[in-house]
Design a protein around this ligand. Structure first.
Ligand code: 5RP
Length: 231
């Protein structure tokens, strides 16, 4: 089974949790894209959902495929969000933001009654941190914010490098949908994710980090042997 088939398998299972008429947060990334494609097929057959996209990229795909979209201001409370992840630990704590969308993804997930993560089994880890942690920061005061993140990491005994994300193939900064910059912090292991999350949230120039702690209710994991749901 190739990587795309696994993403489709997870997305198919997630679709079985979506009920007619639901207010649905729609995630970002290649796995979430597969979910959008399957959802669009159902919508074309008359299935009704009210979608709230977590990025401009997802909004474009939904519009192209005919998935009805609303803003979070139209629908401030959602029934369910389906989204991908970069890492998933045994407690269903996540690293997200590989696609640069974790700010909107977190806002949408927090507005949802339930969040279901879809991924292939390569995203499962014992301890978060092998995937570089995305940190969305204000362009203003970038050097001071970087310094504060460095000092926090030092205080928590986290070693690693923190790089500013660049636009793919370009020598210019990556800009998020919110108009911010991204730092990617490669710590290797983050044994105390809660302390790191709290410390990052306390730095004024940090807009949002990619640690999603205690937000996911379930993870649908696709492997060549089959699809399983972790809760
Ligand atoms: C985007 C995300 C994505 O959900 C995450 O990067 C996983 O993407 P993919 O399904 O392409 O592996 O957090 O900000």
């Amino acid at each position: 089974m190739d990587a795309r088939s696994l993403k489709i398998a997870a997305a198919e299972e997630a679709l079985s949790h979506v009920e007619h008429g639901m207010r649905l947060g729609i995630g970002t990334g290649s796995t979430a894209d597969e979910f959008v494609r399957l959802l669009a097929e159902k919508v074309a057959d008359g299935f009704a959902v009210q979608g709230v996209p977590t990025s401009e990229r997802t909004a474009r795909l939904c519009l192209e495929l005919g998935v009805p979209l609303f803003s979070l201001d139209d629908l401030p409370e959602l029934d369910l969000t389906i989204d991908g992840a970069d890492e998933i630990d045994p407690q269903l704590c996540l690293i997200k933001g590989g696609g640069g969308a974790h700010l909107r993804e977190k806002i949408v997930a927090a507005a949802s009654e339930r969040m279901i993560v879809i991924a292939d089994e390569t995203k499962l880890v014992d301890v978060l941190g092998a995937f570089p942690l995305p940190i969305e920061v204000m362009p203003f005061g970038l050097a001071a914010t970087r310094r504060a993140v460095d000092k926090l990491a030092e205080r928590l005994g986290l070693n690693g490098t923190i790089l500013q994300r660049q636009r793919q193939g370009k020598d210019e900064p990556y800009i998020t949908d919110g108009g911010h910059f991204l730092l990617d912090a490669s710590f290797g292991r983050i044994p105390e994710a809660e302390a790191l999350a709290e410390g990052l949230a306390a730095i004024p120039g940090v807009v949002e980090h990619g640690l999603f702690l205690n937000m996911a209710d379930a993870a649908i994991i696709a492997a060549p042997a089959g699809v399983r749901t972790l809760t």
